[in-house]
Design a protein around this ligand. Structure first.
Ligand SMILES: Nc1ncnc2c1ncn2[C@@H]1O[C@H](COP(=O)(O)OP(=O)(O)O)[C@@H](O)[C@H]1O
Ligand SMILES: [Mg+2]
Length: 374
């Protein structure tokens, strides 16, 4: 784990600190996102962790070892660093760029070549196509991938990522973020990740540290804690007035759908009415024999033709949501289709239950109640 204790940094000649009495801990395997406006000290904090800069005061330790007492060069080899401007060496091929740290560590050429190919593949690119190219022959998104691959080269337990996806368009950024989340699920690195984009912070962080200019921490918390209860006006402003909607993107439909009675398409409308009365609802979800969702049946429509089959009086419905979807996406489907209830299906498209607009409303207005009991 990484621990910063009362860390302060004054640059020579500055009267205001760049980083002021900063304390936070990143547990092993977690991603901690530092976020705040330009100049709030994010990059300075990173550089103090790998000792490109020394703090004026305070202690930084990794697994209880004070980094000040470690050899700076050795320390940096155990830390993968992805910098703001990608920082690939332009005169080196992709292979040579990725191999920088393994070379310094004296790995055998065969082992390095194997590792380079493994990493190019890991970040979703084709090794034979790209290993001998130069950085200028790659797109911005590809260069960022190689930047990540290079940082991972010697399999460091700690990664410092300074706006690693800052220089690409939003669609590429989204893809890089998803890939990185998948990677992290497997690799469990301890990561400090810098961004100035609150959506990226919410998506990537187990924990978010919000800083104000002058290097002052404004709030530390999980994405949901910060969205549910911003500590002050600065944080509230920073996370945006749509923070309720943003919270919805942290909730999976599979974790909150509710049971709702259904009826088979081959049953008679009368039976459906009875079932509605018993359950105290005014509509049922209509299913086929395999429990696939076909539509819904309202009490009003059933009453018009109680002797007819459900198939004849139901309303077809082509939208439903998977249990992995976020509540935000589900809500958006409901708005687009002007429905107040959206069926939820499992991986085999079988009916599980529903999400309702009331449930969405509840999720937005309930206070955060995570394990910390905030
Ligand atoms: N090498 C330096 N010398 C003097 N001042 C610096 C230096 N690097 C950064 N600063 C100042 O320290 C503050 C924090 O900078 P930085 O850590 O780069 O912020 P961020 O990464 O959040 O944009 C800024 O006011 C910046 O101008
Ligand atoms: Mg910076």
């Amino acid at each position: 784990m990484i621990e910063l204790k009362n860390v302060t940094k004054f640059y020579p000649g500055q009267r205001q600190p760049a980083v002021a009495n900063v304390t936070f801990t990143v547990p092993e395997g977690n991603t901690c996102v530092l976020i705040g406006p330009s100049g709030c000290g994010k990059t300075t904090i990173m550089k103090m962790v790998n000792r490109l800069i020394e703090p004026t005061e305070g202690i930084i330790s990794i697994n209880d070892n004070n980094v000040r007492q470690m050899n700076a060069v050795k320390l940096r080899r155990t830390i993968g660093y992805v910098i703001q401007q990608i920082g690939l060496f332009p005169h080196m091929t992709i292979q040579q760029n990725i191999a920088v740290v393994p070379n310094m560590l004296g790995w055998k050429p065969a082992k390095i070549a194997q590792r380079v190919d493994e990493l190019i593949e890991l970040v979703g690119m084709d090794p034979p196509t790209y290993r001998d190219r130069y950085p200028r022959e790659l797109s911005g998104g590809q260069r960022q991938r190689i930047g990540v691959a290079r940082a991972l080269a010697a399999d460091p337990p700690v990664m410092l990522m300074d706006e690693p996806f800052g220089a690409v368009d939003p669609i590429t950024r989204d893809r890089l973020q998803n890939e990185f989340l998948r990677l992290q699920e497997r690799l469990h690195k301890t990561i400090i990740f810098v961004t100035h984009d609150i959506d990226e912070a919410i998506k990537m962080g187990d924990q978010i540290v919000i800083l104000q200019v002058g290097g002052l921490i404004q709030q530390i918390g999980s994405p949901d804690e910060i969205l549910a209860s911003p500590a002050n006006d600065f944080v509230a402003d920073f996370v945006g007035s749509d923070r309720g909607l943003k919270r919805l993107s942290l909730i999976r439909v599979g974790d909150m759908y509710q049971q709702h009675p259904s009826v088979q398409v081959s049953e008679v409308a009368e039976v459906a009415i009875e079932r509605m009365d018993k359950a105290g609802v005014r509509s049922l979800v209509v299913l086929d024999r395999e429990r696939h969702v076909l539509g819904y049946l309202t009490r009003k429509d059933a009453e018009k033709h109680p002797r007819r089959l459900v198939a004849d009086v139901m309303n077809p419905l082509e939208v439903y949501t998977e249990k992995q979807s976020t509540l935000r996406d589900a809500f958006s489907e409901m708005l687009t289709n002007t429905i107040r209830m959206l069926p939820v299906v499992d991986d085999d498209d079988r009916y599980l239950g529903v999400v309702t607009t009331d449930a969405v409303q509840n999720a937005i207005s309930t206070p955060h109640n995570g394990p910390e009991g905030v």
